[in-house]
Design a protein around this ligand. Structure first.
Ligand SMILES: [Zn+2]
Length: 157
């Protein structure tokens, strides 16, 4: 399976993810289609900090969703993050992912607010959380990774 690579020009940071991880998200999200679905992105930064490497995802244990809304609960998150952090190298929380059924992967105002809140939360270990949005259609999908820097929402290409 290929390694997918993205670059955020205005941030100067790369992002890498195995295609199998995206396919895992699509597979699970199709079971919830046409409702939104999502979860957490796990991974690490390269030693020189110029590449975010997404190594895994966490499916939510509890969540609230509809055709145009998804909110995950916090059940099990702390415990999972503790386990991941004890791995070598440490795996940490990198951000959030969710679907936009029958729609485009553009961030809604709620998504933008979520990124702003995350980037300021002291429970999150990173200043530039990642948000993956998947525009999920019946037979196909397209996806865009976003991050936030100095309150600006930036996309990876
Ligand atoms: Zn959204």
């Amino acid at each position: 399976m290929p390694l997918l690579k993205y670059y955020c020009k205005r941030f100067g940071v790369n992002l890498e993810i195995e295609e199998t991880i995206i396919e895992e998200m699509i597979l699970e999200s199709r079971r919830h289609y046409p409702k939104e679905f999502g979860g957490i992105l796990l991974g690490r930064y390269s030693d020189n900090l110029n590449t975010a490497i997404i190594t895994d995802i966490m499916m939510p244990i509890e969540y609230d969703n509809s055709r145009n809304h998804f909110r995950r609960g916090n059940a099990g998150v702390k415990e999972r993050l503790r386990l991941e952090f004890n791995k070598k190298p440490s795996i940490i929380y990198l951000g959030e992912w969710h679907t936009h059924p029958d729609s485009t992967p553009d961030p809604s105002q709620i998504d933008i607010n979520t990124l702003r809140t995350l980037s300021q939360a002291n429970t999150v270990m990173i200043e530039n959380p990642i948000m993956l949005i998947i525009g999920l259609k019946m037979k196909q999908y397209n996806h865009i990774f976003y991050t936030i820097k100095n309150k600006n929402i930036l996309s990876y290409e």
